[in-house]
Design a protein around this ligand. Structure first.
Ligand SMILES: [Zn+2]
Length: 406
C-alpha cells in the first residue's frame, strides 16, 4: 500500500496548484482546475459514483451513496500555499538513514526529524520549491483508501461516503462555494473528516475562535511648511496605537499551546489616513469576547486621550471587529470524539489544539462536525516541507477502521 500511496502522492505534487490571496475570482487561480480534472478522472477510474467537478472547482464523488442511514464526508484541499514557490516540483523519496537530508537546494537536519525510524521513507522537494504535502498528502490518502476499499471491502459494510476536494483552503476560502447538500445529501447522521493534519498521529477537535479587526485613523494634512499646530499626522497616531496594542495584549511570537493572542499584521497609510489591521485568537468562547471588548476599550480610550491635544477636529479613530470562525469543538458531539480516539488508540493518537482554523471548523459551524486527521505532512509552507509516508499509510488504515465501525 505504501508504494501506491507514494505514487499517488508524487503524481499530485507535480501538478502546480497554488491559490492566490490577491485574486477575487472563484477559484482564485485557474491552475487549480488542472489538478481538479486529474482528481475527477482518477475518481471515475476507481468507479466512484456521481463524480462531479463544478464551476467553482470543487470535486465531489460518492461511495455506497444509496446507504442513507449514515454519511461520512472525506475532505482534502487541492491548492497549495502561495507563500513559497510551487512550480516545477521535483519530489525525492529518501530512506531515512539517521542523517541530514541533503537536497539539491536545501538541507533538512536529522535532529529536526523526530520519531522517524531508520529505513522509513521521507518525501521532500529538491529544496527550491514547496513539496505540496499540505494537502496533497490528504488527496493521496483518500485515493489510496478508495483503492483499498475497492479491493478488500464489501460495499454493504460501508456507510455512504462523500469525497470532496476543495480549492483555496490556504487563502481561507476553502468552503466559500461548497455545497452542503452535496456533502450530506441531507442525511442526519453525518460527519466529516479533513485529512490535513500534521505528524505524530494528531487528531484535532479544536481550533481557535477567530475575529479580525481594523482601526481607521483620520488625520489632517497641510503643507509641512505651514503645518505648525495644524497638521494631524494619522500615521504617527497609528504607530503609537500599534505599540500600545503590542504592550497590552499577548502576541503570537510569545504565546503557545492554549494561550490567546492579538496580532497586528498591517499598518498602512499617510498623513491624512492610517489603517491598522489585525487578528484576535483564543480557544475560549468567553476569553475571545473579553479580548474583543478590551481592544475596543483600549482604542476608544486612546482616541479620547489623544483628541484633547490633536491639532485638528478632523481627527478620528474608528474600530471594527469582525467574526471570522469559531472553535469547532462546540459543534462536535462528544460521542464522535470518543469514537475517533477509540479507533486511533493503536496509533497512540494525540488530540491537538490547532492554533489556526481549518475548513473543518467552518463545516462544523455549518452543521457538519468535521475534525482533522494527521497526514504525515511537516514543515508546511516551506521549501523544507516533507511527508512521512508510513504515517500517511497509517492514516489510510485508521480511516478503514473508522469507516467499518469494527
Ligand atoms: Zn492544509
Amino acid at each position: 500500500m505504501e508504494d501506491l500511496y507514494i505514487n499517488n502522492f508524487i503524481r499530485y505534487c507535480k501538478v502546480s496548484s497554488a491559490s492566490d490571496d490577491d485574486s477575487a475570482t472563484q477559484p482564485s487561480t485557474q491552475r487549480q482546475f488542472n489538478l481538479a480534472k486529474i482528481m475527477k478522472a482518477e475518481l471515475e477510474a476507481l468507479n466512484v459514483e456521481d463524480v462531479e467537478l463544478d464551476e467553482s472547482c470543487y470535486v465531489y464523488g460518492y461511495i455506497n451513496k444509496q446507504n442513507t442511514s449514515k454519511r461520512v464526508v472525506l475532505v482534502a484541499h487541492m491548492d497549495v500555499s502561495p507563500e513559497a514557490p510551487s512550480e516545477n516540483v521535483q519530489p525525492i523519496v529518501h530512506e531515512f538513514a539517521g542523517k541530514d537530508l541533503v537536497l539539491p537546494h536545501a538541507t533538512i537536519l536529522a535532529s529536526k526529524l523526530k520519531n522517524i525510524e531508520l529505513g522509513q521513507k521521507i518525501i521532500t522537494s529538491d529544496g527550491s520549491t514547496l513539496l505540496g504535502a499540505d494537502d496533497k498528502a490528504g488527496l493521496a490518502i483518500i485515493m489510496t483508501l478508495i483503492q483499498y476499499l475497492n479491493d478488500n471491502v464489501k460495499l454493504a459494510d460501508l456507510p455512504s461516503i462523500c469525497i470532496c476536494f476543495t480549492p483555496d483552503e490556504e487563502i481561507g476560502r476553502g468552503t466559500a462555494a461548497i455545497n452542503m447538500e452535496k456533502l450530506t445529501s441531507n442525511i442526519k447522521d453525518s460527519y466529516g473528516l479533513t485529512i490535513d493534519g500534521g505528524r505524530n498521529y494528531e487528531l484535532a477537535f479544536e481550533t481557535f475562535n477567530a475575529y479580525g479587526f481594523s482601526v481607521n485613523i483620520t488625520g489632517y494634512n497641510v503643507h509641512p511648511g505651514s503645518a505648525y499646530k495644524q497638521m494631524c499626522n494619522a500615521l504617527l497616531y497609528g504607530t503609537k496605537l500599534v505599540s500600545l496594542i503590542q504592550q497590552t495584549f499577548p502576541t503570537p511570537e510569545l504565546s503557545r499551546a492554549a494561550e490567546p493572542y492579538i496580532l497586528v499584521n498591517q499598518l498602512t497609510g499617510d498623513v491624512s489616513n492610517c489603517l491598522i489591521k489585525g487578528i484576535i485568537r483564543s480557544f475560549s468562547d468567553t476569553e475571545i469576547l473579553d479580548l474583543n471588548q478590551q481592544l475596543s476599550q483600549l482604542v476608544d480610550k486612546f482616541y479620547q486621550d489623544e483628541k484633547v491635544t490633536a491639532n485638528s477636529d478632523q481627527f478620528k479613530v474608528e474600530t471594527e471587529i469582525k467574526f471570522q470562525y469559531a472553535n469547532m469543538r462546540k459543534f462536535i458531539p462528544d460521542s464522535l470524539v470518543t469514537y475517533l480516539n477509540e479507533k486511533g488508540k493503536s496509533y497512540n493518537v494525540e488530540n491537538e489544539m490547532i492554533r489556526g482554523g481549518t475548513d473543518g471548523a467552518r463545516l462544523s459551524e455549518m452543521g457538519l462536525p468535521t475534525p482533522n486527521v494527521w497526514s504525515g505532512q511537516a514543515n508546511i509552507h516551506s521549501v523544507k516541507e516533507y511527508n512521512v509516508s508510513k504515517e500517511a499509510v497509517d492514516c489510510v488504515n485508521f480511516l478503514v477502521k473508522v469507516l467499518l465501525d469494527k
